[in-house]
Write a protein that binds this ligand. Structure first.
Ligand code: ITT
Length: 192
């Protein structure tokens, strides 16, 4: 089955390719010649996932899924959440600036509980289905590790002494929020 993954984020694309089983032929924006930016105007992670997949499904009439993710920090009332990508700088977003802001905000905070959340919106034959994956952990006091992307160097999942950025891609992929959501997506697709 041909399925388009609606994302401009090459890191996420690499992760998903490693997660999806061979029974799906994964298409990207390059395959359909889509070069625009989809404005993520939703106020929740769910809404933004829907906006991305529905925009592409309506324009190209294909089966498509998108993933919207965010980091929710308990002591910050769930922030940055839906604003994770542009937390520190709306115009020129960067993982480095986001982590610096996060570590400053959390400097004297004892409650370091956080969770990554992914929502996948699948539009299959014109109908939308949502799948969610979360992973609990803590915000570390300083950055550790070089792998992954985004907030990975400051996020340590529960049950581990290392951050996502200190894990191999395979290890992160076996426990991540995205993995859990993709697993639900795959289970659904294989029975659909
Ligand atoms: P899209 O083109 O798919 O929208 P994006 O970079 O905007 O890509 P999201 O909105 O889904 O991605 O994610 C928002 C931000 O959350 C992302 O830029 C990262 O900073 C952070 N994030 C998401 N998943 C992450 C992960 O697995 N590890 C670290 N940070 C992550």
């Amino acid at each position: 089955m041909k399925l388009l993954f609606a994302t401009n984020n090459q890191n996420k694309l690499k992760e998903i390719i490693g997660l999806l089983s061979d029974q799906f032929e994964l298409l990207t924006f390059a395959d359909i010649g889509f070069e625009d930016d989809i404005e993520e105007t939703g106020s929740t992670i769910e809404e933004n996932a829907s906006i991305k997949s529905k925009t592409i499904a309506e324009k190209f009439n294909i089966n498509v899924f998108s993933d919207d993710s965010g980091l929710e920090v308990e002591a910050l009332g769930g922030a940055p959440g839906v604003h994770s990508a542009r937390y520190a700088d709306k115009e020129n977003p960067s993982g480095e600036k986001n982590m610096a802001k996060m570590l400053t905000k959390m400097k004297d905070e004892e409650n370091r509980n956080a969770r990554f959340k992914t929502v996948i919106s699948l539009v299959l034959n014109g109908k939308e289905h949502l799948f969610e994956g979360t992973v609990n952990g803590i915000i570390t006091k300083e950055k550790r590790g070089e792998s992954g992307f985004g907030y990975d160097p400051v996020f340590q999942p529960d049950g581990y002494e290392i951050t996502f950025a200190q894990m191999s891609a395979e290890e992160k992929n076996s426990i991540s929020h995205r993995y859990k959501a993709v697993k639900k997506l795959c289970e659904f697709l294989t029975t659909a």
